[in-house]
Structure formats: C-alpha cells, structure tokens
Design a protein around this ligand. Structure first.
Ligand SMILES: [Fe+2]
Length: 311
C-alpha cells in the first residue's frame, strides 16, 4: 500500500489574493511566491509552501497535498482509478512529482514526492518553563511579545464530507493512514461521526492526526491548522490578531481529542485557520479510543466552541 509521511499543503480558491496575503502575514505565514493568479505561503520549516490560494470568481476550499515516502508510491497511486499519471511539477515552488486525484465530494488531493526543500526561517526558540517540579529558567526572565507569530508547519486539516466511511477508506487505502481516535454519537458507538487519522512512520512519533474526516451536512473544509513553538507564541499571536481587528472564531482553549492548545481565527473569506501548540503525538503502538462526545465535551478548558462550530 502506498504510504504518506507528511502533509504538504492545503489549497483554496479566493477572490482577492492581496487580502489573503495580508491576513496570513498577520497570522504567521510568509509569502513563498506571489503571482497574478496564485499565492504560495510557507512556514518556518523546510517545506517550500504549505498554503496555496488560487484566484477565482468565488471562494472555496479545493483540497490538499500529502507527501509520499517514495517515488514508487506515486506509480502505485497513478494506477488507481481516477488518478492522473505521475506528472513532473514544473510550475509550483519546490518542483518534484505529483499524482492528482479526486476524493469523494470532489476534493482535489495531490500525492507529492521529490519536492526540493528550502532553507528554514529563524524564529524564537521555545521558551523554557519553570514547571512546578522542574525549573528550566534560572536567573532569567521571560519577555514574550504581542506580535505576529511565525508558524512552524502545517499540522492537519479537517474535512466535512457526505459519507464518512467512504472518504475514510479512500484516504486510508491511498495513504496508509492509521486510525487514531474515533468520535461517535453519545449513546451509540456504532454511529461514527468523525475519525482522526495519522501517518504511519513505524515507531517514530507523529501528530495525533494529520486529518480528521467528519460527516456533516455542509461539505468542505472545517479548518486547517498550523503548529507554533509554545503557548507564548499562540497567546502573543492571539493578542496581535485582536489588535489588527481580525475575526476570532474560538480560542484559546485545550482540546479533548489530540490535547492541543488551540486558537481559531477566520480568514477574510470566512475559512477557519488554527494555531496550535502542545498537541499529542503517537507512534504505531497507539491504540485509538472511541469517544462518545457532544460538542461541549471537545474542549477541556478555555473558550467553548461557537454554536456553528460543529455544523
Ligand atoms: Fe484542529
């Protein structure tokens, strides 16, 4: 089975690239390349870009890309029904090779391999913490700033789909994704409404989820999410985004499933984007749990979700 090892990017269409770019700079992404009809944004890590916006007559989520373990994975994917042949990527930063597929509900999903990495961007290292039982900071003070953060990397995205089982199977057979935790209707374990999946890198820990597949009435993306180095980065960015007049969605809080400290914002086109830090990681030994949870249970502390968060 082909195996993906990381997320590569998420892709959107929007009516104004300048507006997207301005917001994303405040949010903590950096322009990798801006063209008349395309905007590529990156984080601090070595990925050439993690967020793509295509100029269009309306705004919508298009899909995403996953990075494959080997070139042979692309050949295998290309032989599956509905896949493009293996294409050399000539026109996007980082180049490499790609197989383009259409997932259920019409999402455009790329499998990529061989992208050229770029130099990482320097950022403030994580702050040392004086834990109750372990003091990491001696003869030193913290001076975090209310400033735009610089996100490190794309952590996950969440799809709202018509048929949960069909989409889950589509992704798992193409990308070798492991099931982390499952969300089902309270009182009915058989009624699954969402599955968190992660990459299979054997004994190496990976994020608790790179993708959450949710069955919902409204199809599209729920949010995409970017990792920051510590809670000071999340909180400093929060205050900065408030000061710039951007629209807070939900945050700050601590999730139940995945344990992330989260902060959700709306971009100028209404798409949710999340900052997170201190999320769970798991290797292939992790046996997932079946959570019977209502919407209110998904936040352990902090800001509760808005009524439309789970629609
Ligand atoms: Fe998230």
């Amino acid at each position: 089975m082909p195996k993906a090892i990381d997320l590569a990017y998420v892709t959107y269409q929007a009516t104004d690239l300048g507006l997207m770019e301005e917001f994303m700079h405040d949010f903590g992404l950096v322009t990798a390349e801006r063209r008349n009809d395309l905007l590529f944004l990156r984080g601090a890590d070595s990925a050439p870009f993690v967020h793509v916006t295509r100029l269009g007559s309306n705004s919508k989520f298009l899909g995403g890309g996953l990075r494959m373990a080997s070139r042979a994975d692309l050949d295998e994917l290309a032989s599956m029904p509905g896949s493009s042949p293996v294409e050399k990527v000539e026109d996007w930063p980082g180049g490499g090779w790609r197989v383009r597929m259409i997932a259920p509900d019409g999402f455009i999903v790329d499998a990529v391999w061989g992208q050229k990495e770029v130099e990482t961007l320097s950022h403030r290292p994580r702050n040392p913490v004086n834990w109750g039982d372990n003091k990491e900071r001696v003869n030193a003070s913290l001076r975090p700033k209310r400033e735009a953060g610089l996100v490190l990397r794309l952590g996950h995205f969440v799809l709202r789909v018509t048929n949960h089982a069909e989409t889950l199977s589509w992704f798992q057979t193409r990308f070798g994704l492991l099931t982390s935790d499952v969300m089902c209707v309270p009182g009915d374990e058989s009624k699954i409404i969402g599955t968190f999946v992660r990459f299979d890198r054997g004994s190496q820990p990976v994020d608790h989820h790179c993708l959450l597949i949710n069955e919902a009435s409204e199809i599209g993306v729920h949010h995409c999410s970017f990792e920051m180095q510590d809670i000071d980065a999340v909180m400093g960015a929060h205050d900065y985004l408030v000061s710039k007049g951007h629209k807070l969605d939900v945050g700050v809080g601590r999730h139940l499933i995945g344990s992330q400290i989260f902060d959700y914002w709306r971009d100028p086109f209404g798409f949710r984007v999340e900052h997170y830090t201190d999320g769970d990681v798991a290797n292939n030994n992790y046996k997932g749990l079946n959570y019977q949870v209502s919407a209110e249970d998904t936040t352990q502390w902090g800001s509760d979700p808005t009524p439309d968060f789970f629609h």
